[in-house]
Write a protein that binds this ligand. Structure first.
Ligand code: SF4
Length: 359
């Protein structure tokens, strides 16, 4: 359990801020009862926000909870695509996002460009499905056959029943999916620079090589990346190995393929939490993901040592207790998240397919 004492001890909070945090927690709990609200929080949220959440998890767990909750209002402590996902699965309940700055570099995908790429693959006669990471907006989900998260992407890819996948938008998770499902990884074109002829000339030898190796099919990677994970380097891992060879190095599947190959494990955020719990004898970990998760692990496992190689996501940190309180209390219309019904229906289909295939 997160307390002001544990936050102060772990240097997440200055002692002079403790009275205000305690006061905000009490007010937020009051308004949660008053509104009959459900407050989910992503693993990357700051710990004082996680402390008042009804549920903490990764994007898949939050999507499943969003489908099942019973409340009068949702205040979603995460980023916009997550709040959209919540509304998509349960549109009868109003969903609010405490900070409108809580966006996501990975989710910024142009749906027209996705449609163009699909058309290109059709013109080649490829038998493919479009898989979309949940870290996208509803307009892109609506173009997909199934959504996925980092925890279930390979499972879903294996169940789609087609050889080829157009994987949108994370190119690094696409690599992990290709590896785990015995498909050839086809690197993406540069962002906003897709030229069919150039692209085909680059990937055609790889396609042939995959056929020669008898692989299941191909993963056509989209040109997206999470700026937080994409900036982590091989040097981060090599320095850790040199400093302390006993450390278990666990990376998120959004890091570059070269780092995935160097790590002891490649996991989603929730899988990282379970991994640490499943290794009680192991005392030292380096968890390469957004820092919020590592802070939580430090609070939950004071007996272990966590090397800090994590990076901060400014979008995840855009939500604070003051914003959660004002949103719960005032329910401002501008913070209510919806999507057009025609888009929502398509996005819901892809998300429900994810829940059905990925559970
Ligand atoms: S950590 Fe990366 S994927 Fe997650 S919200 Fe931030 S930018 Fe998006």
């Amino acid at each position: 359990m997160i307390t002001v004492e544990s936050l102060i001890k772990n240097r997440q909070l200055h002692a002079d801020q403790a009275p205000r945090v305690t006061e905000l927690w009490a007010e937020i709990r009051h308004w949660k009862r008053e509104r009959n609200a459900f407050v989910p929080a992503h693993n990357y949220q700051v710990p004082e926000v996680q402390a008042i959440a009804d549920y903490i998890g990764d994007s898949f767990e939050l999507a499943v909870k969003a489908r099942d909750f019973k409340s009068d209002v949702v205040v979603f402590c995460g980023v916009r695509f997550m709040a959209e996902g919540c509304y998509t699965l349960a549109p009868e309940t109003p969903v609010y996002l405490p900070s409108l700055d809580a966006l996501c570099s990975l989710a910024e995908v142009d749906e027209d460009e996705v449609a163009e790429r699909q058309e290109f693959l059709r013109s080649l006669g490829r038998n493919f499905s479009t898989m979309t990471y949940v870290n996208t907006y509803a307009s892109v989900k609506a173009l997909s056959d199934a959504c996925c998260t980092s925890s279930n992407a390979a499972t879903i890819a294996a169940k789609l029943g087609v050889p080829d996948l157009l994987f949108v938008p994370d190119q690094n998770l696409a690599y992990q999916v290709a590896l785990k499902t015995r498909r050839m990884y086809l690197p993406p074109p540069d962002p906003h620079a897709f030229h069919p002829k150039d692209y085909w000339e680059r990937i055609e030898p790889l396609l042939r090589e995959g056929e020669r190796q008898g692989l299941v099919g191909n993963v056509f990677a989209w040109e997206g990346a999470c700026h937080v994970h994409h900036q982590m380097t091989e040097q981060d891992i090599l320095a850790l190995r040199a400093q302390d060879p006993e450390t278990q190095i666990v990376v998120h599947s959004e890091v570059l393929p070269a780092l995935q190959r160097l790590a002891d494990a490649v996991l989603s955020t929730s899988q990282m939490i379970k991994y640490v719990e499943a290794h009680p004898a192991q005392k030292k970990f380096a968890i390469l993901t957004e820092c919020g998760l590592v802070v939580r692990m430090e609070l939950e496992h004071p007996e272990k040592q966590f090397y800090k190689t994590c990076r901060l996501c400014q979008y995840m940190k855009a939500t604070d207790l003051e914003k959660v309180l004002s949103t719960l209390r005032d329910l401002p219309e501008e913070k209510r998240i919806t999507v057009p019904e025609s888009v929502r229906i398509g996005a819901e289909r892809a998300m429900r397919r994810m829940i059905e295939l990925g559970s």
